[in-house]
Ligand binder design. Structure first.
Ligand SMILES: NC(=O)c1ccc[n+]([C@@H]2O[C@H](COP(=O)([O-])OP(=O)(O)OC[C@H]3O[C@@H](n4cnc5c(N)ncnc54)[C@H](OP(=O)(O)O)[C@@H]3O)[C@@H](O)[C@H]2O)c1
Length: 245
């Protein structure tokens, strides 16, 4: 089997996901570029290849069982195994004009859509890719979370956690909780799974508000994707270190 390691990044056509793919490509990984829109996928693969990365496209909507099953087949055909999975695809869900989600008036469909993408999508992709990950020598899974998932910070009035986001923030708390359950399940295996916060990054997601570049936002996920075997698992970190749960 090839010595080249393969990394699948979901939602890799733009923003932080694209930069995670670019960073792993620059480190010599063959990058499986996951994206749900064909044209955006092709554009991203072309850009990564032009930058010197070995990349192939993986049509992938994390909310679709068939889409994910097809993605597994494609990765298996192209690479035979998967060394790194970065669950980056995520949405905030609709927000009001002031970029917030008031729990008292929340549209339940927004909650469902956000959880379907940010939580169930991650479980769907992870479990489908697991047989390919288990073939790798040192499998790594990174879940792109957010510091707004921190209940400790959310509950501390002294900490500025931005607007009330009653669908998005809990979806990332849920994702963190799921990450810990995976880490426990993988305790006796070589699989390391961790959650990363990219910081506040200027992307479509934030309406390009935010002091950090997508490249800066990608750094922690790239570090967790390339951890040594004795590295941590079940952690929740940002550039500055551990984030309180
Ligand atoms: N930006 C920040 O400040 C910030 C802070 C904390 C955490 N995060 C997290 O970082 C991750 C990336 O965010 P970003 O800022 O880079 O946002 P972004 O530029 O909006 O990119 C999000 C990516 O996810 C993809 N995506 C959304 N739903 C999908 C689905 N059902 N299936 C497959 N792909 C899907 C999007 O694809 P399309 O192009 O097709 O829509 C896009 O590629 C998210 O998980 C987000 O929650 C971001």
């Amino acid at each position: 089997m090839s010595e080249t390691k393969t990394a699948l990044v979901t939602g890799a056509n733009k923003g932080i996901g694209y930069e995670i793919a670019a960073g792993l490509g620059a480190l010599g990984y063959r990058v499986a570029v996951g994206a749900r829109d064909e044209a955006r996928l092709e554009a991203a693969v072309g850009k990564l290849r032009a930058a010197g990365a070995e990349a192939f496209g993986v049509p992938l909507d994390v909310t679709g069982d068939q889409s994910v099953a097809d993605a597994v087949e494609l990765v298996e055909r192209q690479a035979g195994r998967l060394d790194v999975l970065v669950n980056n695809a995520g949405i905030s869900g609709e927000t009001g004009s002031g970029w917030g989600q008031d729990p008292t008036t929340l549209d339940l469909d927004v909650v469902r859509t956000v959880v379907e993408t940010n939580v169930i999508g991650v479980i769907r992709v992870t479990n489908a890719m697991l047989p390919l990950l288990r073939r790798a020598t040192s499998p790594r899974i990174v879940n792109v979370s957010s510091s707004v998932a921190s209940l400790t910070r959310q509950a501390d009035p002294a900490v500025d956690v931005g607007p009330v986001m009653a669908a998005y923030a809990p979806s990332k708390s849920y994702l963190n909780a799921v990450t810990v359950q995976y880490a426990r399940q993988f305790a006796d295996t070589n699989i390391l799974i961790n959650a990363a916060c990219p910081g506040l990054v200027a992307t479509d997601f934030t309406g390009f508000r935010g002091p950090r570049t997508p490249e800066q936002g990608a750094a922690t996920a790239i570090r967790l994707a390339t951890l040594p075997d004795e590295g941590p698992t079940g952690s929740f970190v940002e550039d500055a270190g551990a984030i309180p749960w």
